[in-house]
Write a protein that binds this ligand. Structure first.
Ligand code: CTP
Length: 415
């Protein structure tokens, strides 16, 4: 892409009911300054007509290779693209792409594109789980295509299961991330440097129940953890996100496991971490829980006295997983919000915490000037057990997430 030019995106749409959601993805892409050429398959036009795609993209739309032949569109569209995203990608489209078939404009475009390719499959669970589809997805991934895991939930009819197209806003975020990394050439190991890796991220703040309506909790929003999950998915990783009481939209292609308490968070993280390449503890687990939990609502006493709540410590998940690695080369990352005090500076205290916890990397936020909970941006120092320190200037939580993954990727044993 020449600097200053609008990024050229090809939006391939294949014939599934989720084609209507691609209209929203198209809108997000055009409104954020991308030049989008929509290439629907003939089957896609049964769901959403050419007029809709042409009106939303501001360009004519073709589905076969016989329209505008003098411009050789079957070669040109793919060659000029900075990104091709296929949403929804049907089982049939995945099969054709995996086998190099080229019987329409979209499949030709996929053969001529040399830019990053993102495919967001959507289909019924049985089709997604079929051995043929699984083999086609594996083939495409081995060739460097970013095939997004479908979401779970309501499918075409009343049935539910895995196979839903992720939220178009989240597919858009993923595309933007891939484009940005491809255009800055920020990595020597390629845009999908975490492909074939399984990473676990925890996010949010846990709640410890006092009674059926009350809990002890904290204000963690989960944004940094979600940004980490989103960034890892955009780098090709298989991502499990253990989310404690987070209300943010689920990142595309990420498996989300919902928990409430620190005990549940621990169980979910340890289960997901089996064999994982990296575990990033961005959650704020409650350090203490009530010794007794009342099954009925605690009532006010008539004499004006208040209940005394005894607390006990929760397990330290980061310390536990650092001391007992789920696999020999698993990289473990912790977070620390610190203020300096009489015993030392922020970095002195953070170094001591890194040693105490036993993790490989500690992402340190200096919160002397106020907490970062819920903020859109963040700045940090990433301390490593090998003694190095990386300063990350104030920027988006997404930008910090990528620096954290850079540090993780540099330490992963070769696959
Ligand atoms: N953490 C954890 N399990 C807990 C508490 C925290 O895994 N029960 C993780 C957090 O996810 C984060 C890091 O530990 O990655 C934060 O350290 P934390 O122990 O919360 O910091 P402090 O409470 O400040 O630690 P200490 O009181 O030991 O200084």
């Amino acid at each position: 892409m020449t600097s200053g030019a609008r990024p050229q995106v090809v939006l391939g749409v294949s014939g599934g009911i989720a084609a209507y959601k691609a209209c929203e993805l198209l809108r997000r892409l055009t409104e954020s300054g991308h030049d989008v050429t929509v290439v629907p398959t003939a089957a896609a036009l049964e769901f959403v007509g050419a007029a809709t795609w042409a009106a939303l993209s501001g360009k004519p739309v073709a589905t076969d290779v016989w329209t505008g032949v003098h411009e050789v569109p079957h070669v040109r569209i793919g060659q000029q693209a900075d990104l091709v995203v296929v949403a929804p990608a049907t089982a049939d489209l995945l099969a054709k792409a995996a086998h190099g078939l080229a019987d329409d404009l979209l499949t030709n475009t996929l053969l001529t594109a040399r830019c990053p390719v993102v495919m967001a499959p959507a289909m019924h669970t049985e089709m997604w789980e079929h051995a043929a589809t699984a083999a086609n997805v594996a083939t495409l991934r081995s060739r460097g295509v970013l095939v997004v895991e479908p979401a779970e939930g309501r499918l075409t009819g009343a049935d539910t299961g895995k196979g839903r197209l992720p939220d178009p806003d989240e597919i858009f975020e993923l595309c933007r991330d891939v484009l940005e990394r491809a255009s800055t050439g920020s990595t020597s190991t390629g845009v999908l440097d975490l492909a074939g890796r399984h990473v676990v991220v925890s996010a949010g703040g846990t709640r410890e129940k006092l009674d059926p309506v009350r809990f002890l909790g904290n204000r963690s929003s989960g944004r940094q953890g979600y940004a980490l999950a989103r960034a890892a998915a955009a780098r090709g990783a298989e991502v499990t996100l253990v989310a404690a009481n987070v209300t943010l939209p689920e990142p595309a292609g990420v498996k989300v496991v919902r928990v409430e308490s620190t005990a549940e968070l621990r169980d979910a993280v340890l289960t997901a971490a089996a064999g994982a390449d990296a575990v990033v503890m961005a959650a704020a687990p409650a350090d203490f829980r009530p010794v007794h939990r009342s099954d009925t609502k605690i009532k006010k006493a008539d004499d004006g006295s208040a209940p005394v709540i005894s607390l006990e410590q929760n397990p330290d998940i980061l310390k536990e997983i650092s001391g007992n690695r789920p696999a020999p080369g698993t990289i473990v990352v912790g977070f620390a919000a610190e203020t300096g005090d009489a015993s030392g500076s922020v970095l002195d205290l953070a170094r001591a915490k890194l040693a105490r916890k036993g993790c490989d990397l500690l992402v340190v936020n200096d919160v002397s000037g106020g907490a970062v909970f819920g903020a859109d941006d963040n700045e940090a120092v990433i301390l490593a057990a090998d003694g190095s320190a990386v300063d990350v200037p104030r920027g988006s939580k997404g930008a910090l997430a990528h620096v954290i993954w850079d540090q993780v990727a540099a330490r992963l044993p070769s696959a």
